[in-house]
Every structure is written in structure tokens, then in C-alpha cells.
Design a binder for this molecule. Structure first.
Ligand SMILES: C[S@@+](CC[C@H](N)C(=O)[O-])C[C@H]1O[C@@H](n2cnc3c(N)ncnc32)[C@H](O)[C@@H]1O
Length: 240
């Protein structure tokens, strides 16, 4: 398949819509010509390959550990993790094309080789990957969906938690953060109700402070600048 054709398929959103969307927008602000060019030229270089559904085979360097970020936004958090840990492999999912082009720019500028992109809804992939294939998942500042009628769109719901439980190895990590009062609640309640994950917390109120090694995200900076206070959650996949 040519790069141009790849680009057209990916940007036309031709995937089956089996799920109600839980992301707000795929195309937001008009894509600049530079962003279009990057997507056309480079997305096929970083896109997860069609020929396999096993994350270990997405990389040529036999990664020590594999991490997935769901909804990477502008890609700052994922790219920093990938750059700091070159022996690992990182997969990012984000349907918002301005965000995908922003991550491609960071990868090109920093010569990041251990990162693969799924420019679509992650649910189309999670269901077909094998058990225990991930060492951790990052979900930073998920869309909050505060209204009761949108409960099913929240990323921490029964179906997605079942997939995360299946995909994350025992001992693996689920890293989350949110600045939205309602989302902080549904994240904690959803995970604590699920005995497959332990909340790693040593001191009361620890969740008020970003762990030093966790990279910042664009959304986090915006939230802090606007006076909101994020919460930081680290969960561990455990044996039940
Ligand atoms: C509030 S933004 C946060 C972005 C980024 N994590 C940050 O902290 O700057 C949530 C992101 O999740 C993405 N998202 C929502 N549902 C998704 C899904 N099903 N698969 C992949 N990404 C998704 C949205 O497109 C959006 O960019």
C-alpha cells in the first residue's frame, strides 16, 4: 500500500463504528499543510504494522517491556517515556489527527525509534491483542464525560477494564491522571471495585503530587495554568 493511500484510509475514518465514540473530535482545528505533509510522509513509518496483532512484533529491537498510552493528545508524555527508555517499546493511540502529527514531529526531531502509533480508537485494537502483552498502560487526563447519560463513554467502564485486565501482565502498571472532580471519582471507584488492580499509595494525599518521573502532558499544563488540581493514580495489576 502506498503512503498516500495509507494516509487517505487513516484520515477518512473508514473503520467500522462498532462503538459509541468516547473521544470528542477526530479533526479539530484545520490541519496545517505541514501537519498534512507529516501525516502523509511519516505516519506509515510509525504506524503499527498490519501484518501482526502481537505488540512484541511491532518493534525490531525486541523490547524489554511494552507500554501503551491511550489518548496521547500531543504526544509529549509518550515521547518522553520512549526517549528515556530506549530498550522498551511504546505504543500510542490517538484518533485526533493534530495530536498524531504533533507526536510525529517530536519523534522525527528526537530520532525516536521505539514508538508505534495507532491513529484511531484503541478499542479496535485492544480486543485483538493477546493476553499479558503489555507491561503497562498510561491514560493521562481522559475525557471526563461527567454526565450520567455518557457513563458508557468513560474509559474506565466494565468492557475496557476487562480488556486492560487481560492485556496487562501481573505486576504491570496502570498509570492515570485527571483534573476533573467527576473523573477522579469514576477512575478511583471503577478501579477499586475491580480486584484485579491495587492502588499503589504509601502516604495519604500522595495522589495530589505528580510523581517526579512522570512526564508532563499538554492537557496537564493547561489544567494547572487554569487553576485546576490534578490527581495522580498508580495502579498495579495483581493476582486475584
Ligand atoms: C483530554 S485529552 C488528553 C490528552 C493527553 N493525554 C494530555 O494529557 O494532554 C483525551 C484524549 O483522549 C483521546 N481519546 C479518547 N478516546 C480515545 C480512544 N477510544 N482511543 C484513543 N484515544 C482516545 C482523545 O482524542 C483526546 O485527545
Amino acid at each position: 500500500m502506498s503512503k498516500k493511500r495509507d494516509y487517505e484510509i487513516l484520515t477518512q475514518n473508514n473503520f467500522r463504528e462498532d462503538f459509541s465514540p468516547f473521544y470528542g473530535r477526530r479533526k479539530g482545528r484545520r490541519l496545517s499543510n505541514a501537519a498534512k505533509c507529516l501525516l502523509e510522509e511519516k505516519l506509515s513509518v510509525y504506524a503499527i504494522p498490519d501484518k501482526t496483532h502481537n505488540p512484541i512484533e511491532f518493534f525490531s529491537h525486541n523490547p524489554e517491556k511494552i507500554f501503551l498510552e491511550i489518548g496521547f493528545g500531543g504526544g509529549e508524555h509518550l515521547a518522553t517515556e520512549a526517549k528515556n527508555h530506549p530498550k522498551n517499546g511504546y505504543i500510542g493511540a490517538e484518533p485526533f489527527l493534530n495530536g498524531v502529527s504533533s507526536l510525529l514531529r517530536i519523534c522525527e526531531d528526537n530520532r525516536i525509534k521505539n514508538l508505534r502509533i495507532w491513529p484511531e480508537d484503541i478499542r479496535h485494537r485492544m480486543s485483538i491483542w493477546p493476553n499479558d502483552c503489555l507491561d503497562g498502560v498510561f491514560i493521562m487526563f481522559p475525557d471526563p464525560w461527567p454526565k450520567t447519560r455518557h457513563v458508557e463513554r468513560r474509559i474506565i467502564n466494565e468492557d475496557n477494564l476487562a480488556q486492560l485486565t487481560r492485556l496487562i501482565k501481573i505486576g504491570g502498571q496502570l498509570r492515570m491522571a485527571s483534573d476533573h472532580p467527576c473523573a477522579k471519582n469514576w477512575i478511583l471507584a471503577g478501579i477499586l471495585e475491580n480486584s484485579n488492580f491495587d492502588w499503589l499509595i504509601e502516604h495519604p494525599g500522595e495522589w495530589n503530587t505528580k510523581p517526579e518521573s512522570w512526564p508532563e502532558t499538554r492537557y496537564m499544563r493547561k489544567a494547572v495554568a487554569e487553576g485546576r488540581k490534578p490527581a495522580w493514580f498508580n495502579f498495579k495489576r495483581v493476582v486475584v
